[in-house]
Write a protein that binds this ligand. Structure first.
Ligand code: MN
Length: 429
């Protein structure tokens, strides 16, 4: 039996806006969160111990992370070298430099010749010796147009046809790898791809361009014992028949609010001669919490905003805008969470919100943001004189309109003069 730990989409160095500076270390707390979580994956790999670690791609937010972040990543993976656990690092779209033409952030691990470390930056089959025996791992990094196609080939084609051409070429190339496999040894396909049946997570916002979608039928092959995927941040198995399992472990930490409700974790696999068993291992990661309150529907407050106590719930009118928001905060689980408070209000309610008190109420959160959203007022009533069939000429219409706009009175003469110039085909001064 070969035991494998499959993790993906680490994205260490992302989401600093959701953290704060740790005064003791000077580091962003979200970097520390990602470090701890990655550490837990590696802990498990060593504690089992597994015979192989497969990383499905997207190590960092981009191909040129700052040294501090590269080090945080390397510090954890180095423990696998020490534990002599072979590891495959696949290149994801976020790891490729300048769309695949300038190498990848993970290339350095190959250059250094780290024992047991394989970097998958092209379609190829790696024969890996593990403690219980050899295993074949086919690496399929993120595909770009330049991976398998030349510029003249795609010059006249629509994006859709390019996608099809790429899939056709990939099919042939993958077939080539499959034919060279040793049928006596287990096979895992490790791919950073968007599969057409996957339901999406944050990766759709993170990617710069729209990538290529690979049909499930291409990966869903009986010659594979397990298909280890990366790219989609939401954990899922795309093959209900489980033969083979086609699994996205998802990201290990929440990258942004779109992953608020998703479980985060990695996958442990046991490969036997004619049986594969896999299990999703959830990680306890920092929670994200959206609090949404719509106070725009409340009756206009009767209290006077000039009175200092007006933001306090008034017994005669307990449903003040402020009280409603505070109530919503109190009922949510914000302790230690990354919180965003979104409240919708009318302009006339603005004076009744004491932001200082909201800050106080959100204090137990790890970090928070407050996003007030002004609900636009009903459209200004039309001046009855300005009906669509009105016989007024444009200048008279403008004057009628300006009569109803006290706020523009100082500008009236200038506006009318400018309109006259425009109508006469001149550019106003
Ligand atoms: Mn990706």
């Amino acid at each position: 039996m070969i035991k494998i730990l499959h993790l993906s989409d680490i994205h260490i160095g992302s989401g600093f806006s959701h953290g704060r500076t740790n005064p003791e270390t000077g580091c962003n707390t979200r970097l520390e969160d990602f470090q701890v979580t990655l550490g837990r994956c590696i802990d498990r790999a060593i504690a089992e111990p597994v015979d192989l670690v497969l990383f499905g791609g997207d190590a960092f937010p981009d191909a040129t992370p700052p040294p501090l972040i590269k080090e945080a990543f390397a510090t954890q993976f180095r423990r696998l070298v020490e534990a002599q656990i072979p590891t495959v690092l696949l290149v994801g779209n976020h790891d490729q430099y300048s769309q695949g033409q300038g190498g990848a952030s993970l290339g350095i691990y190959r250059t250094l010749g780290i024992p047991g470390f394989v970097v998958g930056d092209r379609l190829e089959t790696h024969l890996i010796q593990t403690r219980p025996g050899a295993i074949q791992v086919i690496t399929l990094p993120w595909l770009t147009r330049s991976t398998l196609l030349t510029r003249p080939e795609t010059a006249e084609l629509s994006l859709e046809s390019v996608n099809q051409l790429l899939i056709d070429k990939l099919k042939v190339a993958l077939e080539g790898e499959i034919r060279r496999l040793d049928p006596a040894l287990p096979v895992v396909l490790l791919a950073h791809v968007m599969v057409d049946k996957a339901s999406l997570g944050a990766e759709r916002f993170l990617a710069v361009g729209k990538g290529f979608t690979v049909p499930l039928s291409l990966l869903n092959r009986p010659c594979f014992d397990y298909v280890a995927l990366g790219h989609v941040h939401k954990h899922q198995n795309l093959n209900p028949s489980n033969d083979p399992p086609v699994v996205y472990p998802g990201s290990i930490e929440r990258v942004d609010f779109s992953e608020e409700k998703e479980d985060k974790g990695f996958v442990l696999i046991e490969l036997e001669q004619d049986r594969v068993h896999w299990e999703f291992c959830p990680l306890s990661v920092r929670s994200f919490c959206t609090i949404k309150v719509d106070i725009s529907k409340l009756d206009p407050p009767k209290c006077d905003p000039a009175t200092p106590d007006s933001t306090q719930p008034d017994p005669s009118q307990a449903r003040t805008p402020q009280a409603e928001i505070l109530k919503a905060i109190a009922t949510d689980q914000i302790q230690g969470a990354v919180v965003r408070l979104i409240y919708q209000l009318r302009p006339d309610q603005l004076d009744y919100i004491d932001t200082g008190k909201l800050y106080q109420a959100l204090e137990p959160a790890h970090s928070f943001s407050i996003q007030p959203e002004l609900v636009s007022q009903l459209a200004r009533p039309r001046a009855p004189e300005l009906k669509a069939n009105s016989s007024l000429d444009p200048i008279e219409s403008l004057k009628t309109y300006l009569k109803g706009r006290e706020d523009l009175q100082d500008l009236e003469l200038e506006l009318v003069a400018a309109a006259q110039q425009l109508l006469a085909g001149e550019v106003p001064d």
